[in-house]
Design a binder for this molecule. Sequence first.
Ligand code: ZN
Length: 168
Amino acid sequence: MIENNNIEEIKFLADRMLGKLVKWLRVLGYDTSYPSFDNGLSLILIARQEGRILLTRDANLIKRRNICDFLFVKGDHWEEQLAGIIKGLKLKIDLNSKIFSRCSLCNTPTKDVDKKEVKNFVPSYVFSTQNRFVYCPSCKKYYWRGTHWKRMTQKIQKLFLNESGNDS
Ligand SMILES: [Zn+2]
């Protein structure tokens, strides 16, 4: 098993069945590759080369011995899958500095940008109501702490940070 809860070091590679999970891992700041192909052997090789933990729903794939670091992902829904990963790897969720530190579309680390730089690139109501902006240099997209951001944060808090809540 994998003993590592340092978010700076832990990296994932997900198979084609895990698109929604990939998005959320990136939102939480985890470096998560999501190749467009679905060849088990290639996935294993890349995971080894890049020091990534392979996340897979393919029970046949992990039957091979000593393939690479991997985690068999249980459940059909991303909430269940993410909960399993957080528990299995004892990941810590950092809602302050790590959340939205990566682009959920392409995995590139986002950059903090000054409010005055974004004036011409975001809707004026956004500019007048938001103060913190980040930029994905790869997608050339700006993100801000709007309602979408807030909803996602609330969802994570509700699902994973409420220890006293129910387990359903
Ligand atoms: Zn991007």
